[in-house]
Each structure stands twice: as structure tokens, then as C-alpha cells.
Design a protein. Structure first.
Ligand code: PGU
Length: 397
């Protein structure tokens, strides 16, 4: 813990927000910072959780501990909804209380001796959990943590790392669509990544938390769409951004049977051991909600929320482009990644907050290559998004 240089990014953003509210109590603050969903959970899903919770008060409806790996019906429904024709078995799906928690459980499985690579920029939990488990430490306040391989992903390489110059590591964290850049890797890019992992004997931990936002057919929603991935990849995913479950808490991880350590032992056995020992299964009420999300009516309802947030992303992206800013992302993800050449991203973030009362996230919080960029979240009520675009246009015109 001593080697963690900074506080965790998102509580820092919340602190910035609170300080601003104290300073300007009458300002109408708009939060486009933390990627938190804002729209109500569809009624059919909320009522299935309510009914399940209420039935717990009856002799017939009561249930206690469930299987640590999740309820079979939900595991099967996840396979059907997200891994159709991809050879994934329900026994390879582990239901969780969210992707963030499984990132840390995977770190526990991997231990302190592995080497890791991350996209730069990337979701900060990968690096911070690596430091917590003892894989790396701060290198003299440089913003880099020793022994982590930073795979630079920017406009100059179409947000995909130059694998020819990337060192071999035991583990590669890869998030697509990416948080924060909003870039979704193409099929060709993911084929290169899988080949790289196979050649090097590395494990890819593929974070598909935003997969339901992918619009482009050439951008896979799962790493398991890539042939050969079953021997090298684990996938973590979530109901958070898919169904507005950021507070309900539900996710899953897929560990294929064919993923083996170099001594031939299946990784799935150890992950099962970690889940049984360090987790006791996701809340049964949340799992009832998850199952409702995957019913045909529930699925339709959550997809219309995704369309709503994607329209927000479109509105924001067009407005910022129209004032001459270079805008990335937003086409397959609910995040806009805006370039402010030559700037310090915390300064830009604070300037925008001061002038427009809009919270964003400075790119450098996601890694050294995020400097000069700002992440703007498309989660928000439409009227707030429209108000934010008007304020930003006025500031930058
Ligand atoms: N993976 C990625 C890539 C994410 O962006 C997030 C959340 C998670 C996992 C966590 O998902 P859960 O299933 O809800 O655990 N990222 C948000 C929220 C930040 C936070 O507070 O952790 C973001 O703004 O980046």
C-alpha cells in the first residue's frame, strides 16, 4: 500500500466535485466525470428484483447461500446472450458482484510475481490492484510503476499498441471498447493480440465492460470471437454499464477450460478455488435482476438505454468537433476522448470546471499517455448533456 503513489482516481474526482459545490453552492453542476449510469432501471427488471426480495419473506421463496459461481439459470442465460456460437459453456462463467471486484480476485490468483502489461491509457484499477498485490511500485514519482509494461495507445497508432516493441509479460490487461479512449479494437487488431499472447505464453485479461456499446460489426464484443483465444484469454464483464447496475452490483468472468498454466494445470480450477474462498457468490436479488435483463423484454429495454447514452455521446462529440476540438471515441463507447495539444490535463479539467461547472476526468489519471487529453462521459440525462454542450461550445468558440 505504501507504494501506491496517488489516491484512487475516482474518489479524487468526487472530491473535486464536492469542493466545487462548496465554492459555488448555487451553480448547476453537471457531472460528466465518473462513468456512472443515470437512467432508471427498466420496470420489468426492478420488479423482478422486488418480487424476488419479497419472496424471501416466505417459506417457499426463501433461499440462503447459492452456488459460489452463480445460479445456473443466470450462467446459462449469460452464455446465450453474450457467447452464442462461441463454444463457451455455462460452467466456464463465474457470476460476480462486478468487474472491478473480479479484477482484484484475478490479481489474487496471479500473485505478486507475475509481470503485467496495460494499455496506456487504461482504467486505473488494473495498475492500482497490481501495486496492491505487490507486482509493482512507484518509480520516484514519475507517474510510472516499475515493471509494468505500458502499451501506448493513441491516435498515432490507431489506439492499438505496437506489439513489435512491446516486451513479453505474463499477463496483458486489455480493455475494448477502451476506457478512457472509447476506442473499440477491430477484429484484425484482436487477432494480432491473441497471436502475440500465444507466441509469448501470456494470459490476456480482456475487460469487456462496455461491449454492449459496440456498434461496428468489425469490432468484436468478446475476445472469444477470435480463434485461438480460448487457450490464452480470460474475459471479465459487467451488468453495470449494460443495464445500469452500477449500484445493484453484478458482473461475470469467463475462464475457459483450455486455459492452462505452463505446467498444464487448468487456471479455471484455481479461479474456482479463489471464488469459493474469497467470495461467496453474488447477491441472489441482483442475480434475479440479471436474469430479468436477459429475458427478451428486459434485453430490449436495456438496449434502448444503451441507444440513449450513445445518442448522448453523438451529441457531445459533434458539439466538441464543431468548435474545432479533436475528438476521439464515442462511436462504440460511452466516452469521448478530447485532445488539448500541449496542455496539462488536470489544468484543462479544472479550467472547464471553473468556467462551466462541468466535471470531466483528466486523461493523465489513466496513465502517462493520457496527458493532454480529457475524458468526457456520455452518461447523463439528455437535458444535462444538451446544457453541457451549450456551455462547452460557448467556452471554446
Ligand atoms: N472495467 C472498466 C473498464 C470500467 O470502466 C469500470 C468502471 C469497471 C470495470 C468496473 O465495473 P463494475 O462492474 O461496476 O465493478 N469504470 C467507471 C467507474 C469508476 C469507478 O468508480 O470505479 C469509470 O468511470 O471509469
Amino acid at each position: 500500500m505504501e507504494k501506491l503513489r496517488n489516491g484512487y482516481l475516482f474518489p479524487e474526482i468526487s472530491r473535486l466535485e464536492l469542493e466545487h459545490i462548496e465554492k459555488y453552492p448555487n451553480a448547476k453542476l453537471i457531472s460528466l466525470g465518473i462513468g456512472d449510469t443515470t437512467e432508471p432501471i427498466p420496470e420489468i427488471i426492478a420488479s423482478s428484483m422486488a418480487n424476488y426480495a419479497h419472496a424471501l419473506s416466505t417459506a417457499d421463496g426463501y433461499s440462503g447461500y447459492g452456488p459460489e459461481q452463480g445460479n445456473k439459470a443466470l450462467r446459462e442465460a449469460i452464455v446465450k446472450a453474450f457467447y452464442k456460437d462461441l463454444q463457451i459453456q455455462d460452467t466456464e462463467v463465474f457470476v460476480s458482484d462486478g468487474a472491478q471486484c473480479d479484477i482484484t480476485r484475478l490479481q489474487l490468483l496471479l500473485g505478486s510475481k507475475v509481470t503485467i502489461a496495460v494499455q496506456d491509457p487504461s482504467f486505473p484499477a488494473y495498475i492500482d490492484s497490481s501495486v496492491i498485490i505487490g507486482q509493482a511500485g512507484d518509480e520516484g514519482g514519475s507517474g510510472r510503476y516499475g515493471s509494468i509494461e505500458y502499451m501506448k495507445c493513441g491516435p498515432e497508432n490507431n489506439f492499438f499498441p505496437d506489439l513489435a516493441t512491446t516486451s513479453r509479460t505474463d499477463v496483458i490487461f486489455f480493455c475494448s471498447p477502451n476506457n478512457p479512449t472509447g476506442h473499440a479494437a477491430t477484429r484484425e487488431q484482436l487477432e494480432l493480440l491473441v497471436k502475440f499472447a500465444r507466441d509469448n505464453g501470456s494470459i490476456i485479461i480482456f475487460d469487456s465492460a462496455y461491449s454492449s456499446y459496440v456498434q461496428d460489426d468489425n469490432c468484436p464484443r468478446s475476445i472469444f470471437e477470435i480463434p485461438g483465444s480460448r487457450q490464452v484469454a480470460i474475459e471479465i464483464s459487467s451488468f453495470s454499464k449494460f443495464a445500469g447496475f452500477t449500484g445493484v452490483r453484478l458482473g461475470w468472468t469467463v475462464v475457459p477450460d483450455e486455459l492452462l498454466y505452463s505446467n498444464g494445470f487448468p487456471v479455471i480450477h484455481d479461479f474456482n478455488r479463489i471464488v469459493s474462498t474469497c467470495f461467496n457468490g453474488a447477491s441472489n436479488v441482483a442475480q434475479a435482476g440479471g436474469l430479468a435483463c436477459l429475458s427478451s423484454q428486459g434485453f430490449k429495454a436495456v438496449n434502448s438505454l444503451i441507444d440513449y447514452y450513445m445518442e448522448n455521446a453523438n451529441v457531445l462529440g459533434e458539439a466538441l468537433s464543431s468548435v474545432g476540438l479533436q475528438v476521439y471515441g464515442g462511436a462504440n463507447a460511452p466516452y469521448i476522448w478530447v485532445h488539448f495539444p500541449g496542455s496539462n490535463s488536470w489544468d484543462v479539467c479544472k479550467h472547464i470546471l471553473e468556467k462551466t461547472h462541468i466535471i470531466t476526468v483528466p486523461g493523465s489519471g489513466f496513465g502517462p499517455s493520457g496527458e493532454e487529453f480529457l475524458r468526457i462521459s456520455a452518461f447523463g440525462h439528455r437535458e444535462c448533456i444538451l446544457e453541457a454542450t451549450a456551455r462547452l461550445k460557448t467556452l471554446f468558440l
